[in-house]
Design a protein. Structure first.
Length: 285
């Protein structure tokens, strides 16, 4: 980056914005300061640690008059898709809905949904999680056979049970997992919807399993087809870049979404947007 004329310290700023977004998502989900809690599935260092390391490395490469090209960058992302790719479904609050697959479900309060290309993950308190995906292989048998012979064929499941989820055949079982010195209770649920098998992996620390069980059951009970009205209401979001006419307070532009607006534009609390400068908003098309 420094050889190309960019300020390498900007990478630390990028990571700080990621951390701010994580804190916001955690706050919106009612998780308080648990934004980067340690959990059994963690694969990356904490963002705060990455920021400190990046700043230390950036100071080794000084750039005189570094380039940021903020306005050029904002011009290039104007109109860019924001958030979920419609081909991968939509996250709307605590609801995940997928028009092409004709399904939706709702996670409990205190859980924050993150949509990905292969799976949807809802992070909850103290490392609890709900992982949803479709079985990668086609299976024509019963959900119980899929659960025991395919998905968990090498696992000794307990509490095996067949279920009916809104008219769809399903099966479930549980197991306690130990990894990296931590324990977690896993409940596996396989649901047949048409020709596909959909899977829920419900993860809890053992001390919270009983407490979170009712909310998890409500999530399973909410798994169903979309209504026509719900399908029509699902529209993607896009970034729109605007120019501030004067020093503009974020609270004037986005009252209920003020914190989201600040994070989106890298603003600190109370910071205004200088007149004539560009800023980002999110619109629905």
């Amino acid at each position: 980056m420094s050889r190309a004329g960019y300020d390498p310290r900007a990478m630390a700023g990028f990571l700080e914005k990621m951390e701010a977004n994580t804190r916001l998502q955690s706050s919106l989900a009612g998780q308080g300061d648990q934004a980067e809690q340690s959990d059994i599935f963690a694969t990356h260092p904490r963002t705060a640690d990455r920021v400190r390391k990046t700043l230390a490395e950036a100071n080794l490469a000084y750039v005189q008059d570094p380039m940021t090209a903020r306005d050029i960058y904002l011009g290039k992302i104007d109109g860019m898709l924001y958030g979920d790719d419609p081909e991968q479904g939509f996250v709307r609050g605590r609801v995940f809905a997928h028009p092409k697959l004709d399904l939706r479900y709702e996670v409990p309060e205190g859980f924050s949904l993150v949509n990905g290309a292969a799976q949807v993950v809802a992070q909850g308190p103290n490392g609890s999680a709900i992982v949803f995906d479709a079985a990668p292989e086609r299976f024509g048998g019963r959900p119980m056979d899929y659960l025991t012979a395919v998905w968990a064929k090498d696992v000794a499941l307990s509490n095996l049970e067949t279920l009916n989820v809104n008219g769809m055949a399903a099966a479930t079982g549980t197991v306690r997992l130990s990894k990296q010195g931590q324990q977690a209770d896993l409940r596996l649920v396989a649901i047949r919807k048409g020709n596909a098998i959909y899977r829920f992996l419900l993860v809890t620390p053992p001390q919270l399993t009983a407490t979170l069980a009712p909310g998890f059951q409500r999530t399973l009970n909410s798994f169903r087809d979309l209504t026509g009205e719900e399908r029509r209401a699902l529209r993607p979001y896009y970034l729109e870049v605007e120019t501030a006419g004067r020093n503009t307070s974020p609270s004037r532009l986005a009252q209920a979404l003020e914190e989201r607006f600040r994070v989106l534009n890298g603003l600190t609390a109370g910071q205004s947007i200088p007149g004539g400068s560009l800023f980002k908003t999110v619109i629905e098309r």
